[in-house]
Design a protein around this ligand. Structure first.
Ligand code: XMP
Length: 510
């Protein structure tokens, strides 16, 4: 069954991915492209609707991004947001002006409930505004359908031509009816039936993988992170034992984690290879204290182990990669430098003989990857695994790494995670872990003086991991965790909680 497709044209706005997420949540498949590619993508994909994103420019600046005007004559419904709205109005003969003050934040806005976008909504609500320029004059054929104090023309429509424009940001959760407004556009203007679900994505993905791979062999480096685990499960469903998943166990996983990963894939149809390489990683890291050097050595060694295993398998046809959508979305302003090359394993292995790469998750956002994992029936521990750095505990032991220190950290970290889960905080704190500082301090236990390690606990709340706040874990819970760790784990006599935000600190300590 063909699903409908909405094209999001990006003009450099900061919320381009949020728009895409909202549209998909509403059950309509969409993709984001730079506005410069509009005509090619339209003729290739024949979208049922188009959304213009916001952007940092002013429409009357000479080098402001402009869409090809023919787009307004194609009979495809268009919704312009913020800059996208101003550009539409400006190009069709309306007028946009610079205001003296910027309208920013939650704004009381009046809606015309007879309009297509605001149908069924109350006549007044809060929207999220972020603009300096504003629309002062609307083009012929357009009607004003919303207004606010700073934006007398907060939304317009031309029902004959199916063109709509909103000055505010419906994609941002602060716009109370944002989702309904986008839905009205998708359903009433674009006639979408909102039937894109993870189940339908899964069926399509399986068919596509089978068509592409045929009877070829596929190799995957499985880290046990969400992306590579979901990828392994998807490939297993699609091509069974034509897949070989190599799990390089570098020995820096958390307590029981290597076994959990192995156990989770026990009943899946694939060749699962776990390579216990802890000895060789520890050897290479002996005496290394610099965090970046640790990362480099681990990355290199990972590739070496993976290559050795791949060579045992012989020729493979495809290498599978867990690339996801945010890794490949290009900026609307065409700045190629923001396209990340994303190789979880730290670079493509040179010596593995393969013809092509398969990346079946490349159009999914992170939370969609988790949904797909759940749809596939992948174990909860993998689907909801918190982010864990590739180098693992090696960068959570400050300074040099020994087997003893790893054991101490594993036990302490396990207690911390167990207590956070018992308190029901494991989904609200986005990342939480223990760090073995190399600081030793004096303590007293019974009648004895101790001189042992200080353990640091870190818990953060964040949406993007670029900035983060420290999690407000209740004192009582911190106390319980501290008592348990000091009593149950030898060589830790002091526990501290990290109360710095990012920035200025980072989430990890190394
Ligand atoms: P920082 O410490 O930079 O961490 O605030 C941000 C996020 O990135 C993770 N992280 C890493 N992930 N390899 C990874 O795969 C690494 O070397 C690495 N360093 C940090 C960190 O856990 C957090 O989620």
């Amino acid at each position: 069954m063909k699903h409908q497709f909405v094209l999001i044209l990006d003009f450099g706005g900061q919320y381009n991915q949020v728009i895409a997420r909202r549209v998909r949540e509403l059950g309509v498949y969409c993709e984001v492209y730079s506005y410069t590619k509009a005509l090619d993508i339209i003729s290739e994909k024949k979208p049922d609707g188009i959304i213009f994103t916001g952007g940092p420019n002013s429409v009357y600046c000479e080098d402001a991004p402009k869409i090809d005007a023919s787009i307004f004559e194609m009979n495809i419904p268009i919704l312009g947001i913020c800059y996208g709205a101003q550009m539409m109005v400006h190009m069709l003969g309306g007028q946009v002006k610079a205001a003296d003050i910027r309208e920013y934040g939650k704004t009381n806005t009046k809606f015309n409930s007879d309009s297509l976008l605001f149908e069924g909504l109350s006549s007044e609500s809060i929207t999220w505004m972020s603009h300096t320029d504003y629309i002062v004059d609307v083009p012929d054929g357009f009607e004003i359908i919303a207004s606010s104090k700073g934006a007398p023309v907060a939304a317009v429509e031309n029902r004959n031509k199916n063109l709509f424009a909103v000055q505010f940001h419906p994609e941002v959760s602060h716009t109370i009816y944002g989702k309904e407004i986008i839905k009205n556009f998708l359903v009433s203007a674009c006639h979408c039936n909102c039937d894109w679900t993870m189940k339908s994505y899964l069926d399509t993905a399986i068919t596509e993988i089978r068509d592409r791979v045929k009877d070829g062999k596929v190799l995957l480096a499985l880290s046990g992170g969400v992306d590579s685990s979901v990828l392994a499960a998807l490939l297993s469903k699609a091509i069974g034992n034509q897949l070989t998943a190599v799990f390089v166990d570098h020995g820096f996983m958390r307590k029981n984690e290597g076994d959990e990963i192995e156990e989770s894939f026990k009943d899946w149809d694939m060749n699962f290879v776990r390579v216990d390489s802890s000895e060789r990683f520890l050897d290479r890291l002996s005496g290394i204290i610099d965090p970046e050097q640790k990362r480099k050595i681990i990355g290199e060694e990972f590739i070496r182990v993976f290559e050795e295993e791949a060579q045992k398998i012989g020729k493979v046809d495809f290498l599978a990669q867990g690339t996801i959508y945010p890794d490949i979305i290009e900026s609307g302003l065409g700045d190629a430098s923001v396209i990340k090359s994303h190789h979880n394993v730290g670079g493509l292995p040179d010596c593995v003989d393969f013809k092509e790469i398969v990346e079946p998750l490349r159009m999914l956002f992170k939370d969609e990857v988790r949904q797909l994992g759940a749809e596939l029936g992948l174990a909860d521990v993998l689907v909801h695994r918190q982010p864990f750095p590739g180098p693992g505990l090696a960068i959570r032991i400050i300074g040099d790494i020994t087997r003893d220190k790893l054991d101490i950290l594993r036990d302490a970290d396990y207690i911390f995670r167990e207590e956070i889960a018992n308190a029901g905080l494991d989904r609200s704190i986005n990342q939480y872990f223990a760090v073995l500082t190399s600081v030793r301090s004096v303590g007293v236990m019974g009648d004895f003086r101790t001189y042992d390690y200080t353990l640091a606990l870190r818990g953060v709340t964040t949406t993007d991991f670029m900035t983060a706040d420290f999690a407000r874990i209740p004192y009582e819970l911190l106390e319980k965790i501290s008592v348990r760790i000091v009593n149950e784990v030898n060589h830790i006599n002091r526990v501290v909680y990290d109360i710095t935000t990012k920035p200025p600190a980072t989430i990890e300590w190394e």
